[in-house]
Design a protein around this ligand. Structure first.
Ligand SMILES: Cc1cc2nc3c(=O)[nH]c(=O)nc-3n(C[C@H](O)[C@H](O)[C@H](O)COP(=O)(O)OP(=O)(O)OC[C@H]3O[C@@H](n4cnc5c(N)ncnc54)[C@H](O)[C@@H]3O)c2cc1C
Ligand SMILES: C[S@@+](CC[C@H](N)C(=O)[O-])C[C@H]1O[C@@H](n2cnc3c(N)ncnc32)[C@H](O)[C@@H]1O
Length: 695
């Protein structure tokens, strides 16, 4: 594999390649160049090579962070006063080394340990960074902090484990045990803030509670103190929002005042004479109350405590997970059982549709893939604790680029940890193929096989999620509540009230509410067989993508609840057929043959290994749900306040559902979504493209 230094050069080359076209250059990331200096006490401290300024104070960066940003946004007091389920949102300009984030996280953890009433409160930390520090450098920087401040060391470890590849766009990190969400928006801060969606048609509209204005000194870098940044600060703030900065420069004072903040100069950290704190004044009737009365009044989650979800495929399960982790009680329903529909395959391949890197920041498949692989790995830790099979088997995957919309030159623009091209010997050794021309390939190190059964078990073990078998036939809403009606297992009529209902019924969603687009239905059959020991030695060793995909997998305990597999045995999975306008789910021998044919046409050396007699093969057929523009549907139904949908995941539900569920839960509860406003508009169930029925 190419070394990281050459990738940095390649990122710079990408920037150069796109720099003639301003519309594309914005999404290429130039990583930070770190120089080192000695601070006042002889510690090594990082300095920005681009801007020639320090990331944090040479006196004591951590103490300065706590003083300037935490104390002068009154965080300890405001976080302590959060109501149950309430979410507090912080926005930072300049993630840098992550020191402010770590200091905030540590305070939050300590407060939650001290105050049991904070058990369900949440912290959302949104940060921006134009020149992210490469993982090797930030690891070195934070290793020094772990020594100097051992109270941060456990958090540093978790942060580094989740540190995203240096790709433009929003990277959501979820730290479930701490009720902490961190959104790292890589790219220019003004662009990123512009992308945060404020949809005023929703019941709860998000806003930022506290700003950390931590750009380099205005004299070194004016971009974080520019008019377009303050315009966004104004757009995203409400009365009661505070801001803090070490800078007392005239332009900062003027800009904060112009966007509605009352500013105050206070003593600066250490030897610094002064710094600024600021607040958007409260309405006079609330101004005298020094508790969080205002925040309580704006508790965006306060009127949502129970949601009913219809459909327990990957869309319904992940929506339940996102809501339950925000303190919402969920009744998850399905007319038959969890994973009864398209989601119940023995394994799903987690692999992205790739795009040239200059589109990546707005590319749902890439954002979804990166978030999913991070989430599933987190769930693997939970699976280990619960002695369950792993949710994601991190096999990696090799794409032979037979049906791909990206070539090796464009793959080279990506950081290796997301996508790379292997040398021929590496590709041969990883895949086990010997005769195939593998000179052109795409290797996805974070790809793997998702075990739907394990995912379902973990999600259903959440104490706030309860599964009920109900075949729903009616949904209604009033100003106060939403109601579903249906038949339970014993065919009794049941009715459930909730604050919100989410329809995740895939291709049948429109039957439950006619406002939902009646999508294209594409039948697919997945096939598998149990190879002999001799066959096994010649079969691919990792998942391969061509015009279809194949993957070896070993069945775990419980997998046979959903499918005809033998626990402990290795099987070869082949996918999949595509039959339009067919909702039959019978198993068809001709579709086993189609999948076999796809494989041996792409990889002729396997013709001798894959049996031609498919009579002993097993299969599962499901229906893919697809919109005409290929985007899922995620959002509130038109003219409704309480009825939502998340559906039309097409052929990539396991890559798309986790990030879509996060976006949906954020919209429902008044937090900032990890997708841009433009992307949310593209996913809207009410978008123009869905106004014309399929012919
Ligand atoms: C053969 C095949 C292979 C695939 N391979 C992959 C892969 O490798 N990787 C990947 O990411 N994706 C893959 N996909 C796509 C993926 O399976 C889908 O995108 C995903 O399953 C969609 O999930 P869903 O929850 O939206 O729908 P479903 O899983 O279909 O769930 C919908 C649920 O709604 C329930 N329901 C419907 N009506 C009602 C009602 N009235 N009341 C109550 N419940 C109701 C149904 O019973 C069903 O359980 C594949 C799909 C197929 C068909
Ligand atoms: C003083 S440092 C931030 C230190 C950081 N908060 C910490 O805890 O280490 C300023 C950061 O702003 C980033 N930056 C500079 N210009 C930017 C821009 N236009 N958009 C986003 N980030 C920017 C720099 O790369 C740098 O990491």
């Amino acid at each position: 594999m190419s070394n990281p230094a050459s990738k940095n050069n390649s990122a710079a080359a990408t920037l150069a390649r796109h720099s003639t076209d301003p519309s594309t250059s914005a999404s290429a990331i130039t990583p930070a160049k770190i120089d080192w200096q000695m601070d006042d006490t002889g510690n090594k401290v990082p300095v920005s090579g681009e801007f020639g300024d320090v990331y944090f104070s040479h006196a004591d960066g951590l103490a300065e962070s706590r003083y300037v940003f935490l104390a002068h946004n009154q965080l300890a007091e405001r976080l302590t006063n959060l109501a149950p389920n309430q979410c507090f949102s912080i926005a930072e300009l300049g993630l840098g080394t992550g020191l402010n984030l770590l200091a905030t996280w540590q305070l939050w953890r300590a407060l939650r340990e001290m105050h049991p009433h904070l058990a369900t409160a949440k912290l959302h930390f949104i940060t921006t960074e134009k020149h992210p520090i490469p993982l090797t450098d930030i690891t070195q920087i934070l290793a020094l902090w772990a020594q100097r401040a051992p109270e941060l060391s456990a958090l540093i470890e978790q942060f580094l484990a989740a540190y995203p590849p240096l790709i433009a766009g929003c990277h959501r990190l979820r730290f479930f045990d701490d009720n902490l969400t961190v959104d790292i928006w890589l790219g220019d801060a003004a662009d990123s803030l512009t992308k945060l969606a404020l949809d005023t048609s929703l019941r709860s509209v998000p806003y930022i509670d506290a700003w950390y204005l931590d750009g380099f000194a205005p004299s070194c870098n004016s971009t974080l103190w520019a008019e377009n940044i303050f315009a966004q600060i104004q757009r995203l703030s409400r009365s009661g929002t505070t801001a803090a900065t070490y800078s007392c420069a005239g332009i900062v004072k003027r800009a904060l005042k112009d966007c509605g903040f009352e500013i105050k100069k206070v003593k600066g950290f250490g030897r610094k004479r002064e710094m600024l704190t600021a607040i958007v004044p409260m309405p006079t009737d609330l101004a005298d109350d020094n508790s969080n009365a205002h925040d309580h009044a704006n508790n965006r989650a306060a009127d949502s405590t129970h949601t009913v979800i219809i459909g327990a495929g990957v869309s319904g399960l992940l929506t339940a997970w996102s809501l339950a982790n925000r303190g919402i009680k969920v009744t998850l329903t399905d007319k038959s059982a969890p994973l009864a529909g398209a989601s119940g395959n023995p394994r799903a391949l987690l692999a992205p549709k790739m795009t040239p890197i200059h589109h990546v920041d707005e590319h749902l498949h890439s954002i979804g893939y990166l978030y999913s692989s991070r989430l599933y790995q987190t769930l693997n830790d939970k699976a280990t604790q619960q002695q369950l099979a792993p949710v994601l088997e991190p096999t990696g995957a090799l794409d032979l680029l037979i049906k791909a919309n990206i070539g090796t030159e464009q793959i080279a623009d990506y950081p290796d940890e997301m996508a790379t091209t292997l040398s021929l010997p590496q590709a041969q050794s990883i895949s086990g193929l010997t005769a195939q021309d593998l000179t052109e390939n795409l290797y996805l190190p974070q790809s793997g096989l998702v075990n739907p059964h394990a995912l379902k078990d973990i999600i259903l073990s959440h104490p706030l999620i309860q599964f009920q078998q109900i075949d729903v036939y009616d949904i209604s809403e009033t100003a106060q509540t939403a109601t579903i009606k249906g038949n339970d297992q014993a065919n009794n009529t049941v009715s459930l009230d909730a604050d919100n209902v989410v329809i995740c019924a895939a291709f049948e969603s429109h039957k439950l509410d006619r406002r939902i687009f009646d999508c294209r239905k594409i039948r697919g059959q997945l096939s598998w067989f149990t190879p002999t020991t001799a066959e096994l030695t010649n079969l691919p060793k990792v998942p391969l993508k061509y015009s279809g995909y194949c993957a070896p997998f070993t069945a775990h305990a419980g997998d046979n609840e959903l499918n005809d597999v033998v626990e402990g045995a290795t099987h070869l999975l082949l996918g999949a057929s595509f039959v339009r306008n067919d909702t039959g789910t019978d198993i068809r021998d001709e579709e086993h043959q189609i999948s076999r044919e796809k494989l041996v046409t792409a990889i002729p050396e396997l013709a001798a290994v894959i049996p031609t007699d498919t009579s002993l093969w097993h299969g599962r057929a499901g229906i893919r749900t697809q919109t005409p523009d290929y985007h899922p549907m995620v959002g509130l139904l038109v003219d409704s306040k309480r009825l939502w949908t998340m559906s039309a995941m097409g052929a990539k539900g396991y890559a798309l559902a986790p990030i879509c569920a996060e976006a949906l839960a954020d919209m429902m509860l008044g937090s900032f979504a990890p997708l841009s406003a433009a992307m949310l508009a593209r996913l809207s169930p009410n978008r123009t493209r869905l106004q014309t029925p399929l012919t």
